[in-house]
Design a protein around this ligand. Structure first.
Ligand code: IMP
Ligand code: MG
Length: 177
């Protein structure tokens, strides 16, 4: 796809930061007396993670993971490649996965139900900047904290890429032909 253009702004930086503040406050209340480890998914979640953690008023720890699902929708959620693993031992810890966008849900389903479960995490919750429910495949995947819900568009900006481009845009938009 050459010569693609970016469409209208869906969410401004101010809107995103304001939503991160709301969810950060909610997470602060929900994780009292927990051992919180916030795990960002590289590369897409970096900007949202920065905004979010500044608003979580707790003694938390940060780590990152890079995971990619492959294959078509008919393949089970176990088909996920970890290209950068955690540095921290999360045994007995309360893990909050911070994701950029949940589409099929296969990557997160694997991380939550297989990967972090095997690591012995005490709890695993998800905070995603965007939810795109139109193409969900993973069944029974609970998204505990959602920034915004979007239509079935190809979203770019604020960490999200098309062919590694557009990640640095300070707003959320979509690809228009
Ligand atoms: P899934 O939920 O397992 O299908 O995969 C979600 C991942 O695919 C996200 O973390 C993004 O990295 C990528 N992705 C899904 N939808 C979009 C989009 O609209 N724009 C950019 N990346 C996307
Ligand atoms: Mg991602």
């Amino acid at each position: 796809m050459a010569g693609e253009t970016v469409g209208k702004i869906l969410f401004t930086e101010e809107q995103i930061r304001s939503r991160a503040r709301e969810l950060g406050q909610q997470i602060t209340a929900d994780y009292q007396d927990c051992q919180l480890v916030v795990v960002g998914t590289l590369n897409g979640a970096i900007m949202w993670m920065c905004d979010l953690v500044k608003n979580i008023d707790l003694d938390l720890r940060l780590d990152f993971i890079s995971a990619h699902s492959y294959g078509s929708g008919t393949i089970s959620s176990g088909n996920v490649n970890i290209t950068k693993d955690l540095e921290m031992d999360v045994t007995g810890k309360d893990v909050l996965i911070v994701e950029d966008i949940v589409d099929s849900g296969n990557t997160l389903s694997f991380l939550k139900n297989t990967y972090f479960d095997n690591k012995g995490a005490r709890s695993v919750r998800i905070c995603t900047m965007l939810n795109k429910p139109a193409r969900r495949e993973a069944e029974g995947l609970t998204l505990d904290y959602v920034g915004f819900t979007v239509e079935d568009l190809f979203i770019v900006g604020y960490g999200l890429d098309f062919d590694q481009k557009y990640r640095s845009l300070p707003y959320i938009s979509y690809l228009a032909e």
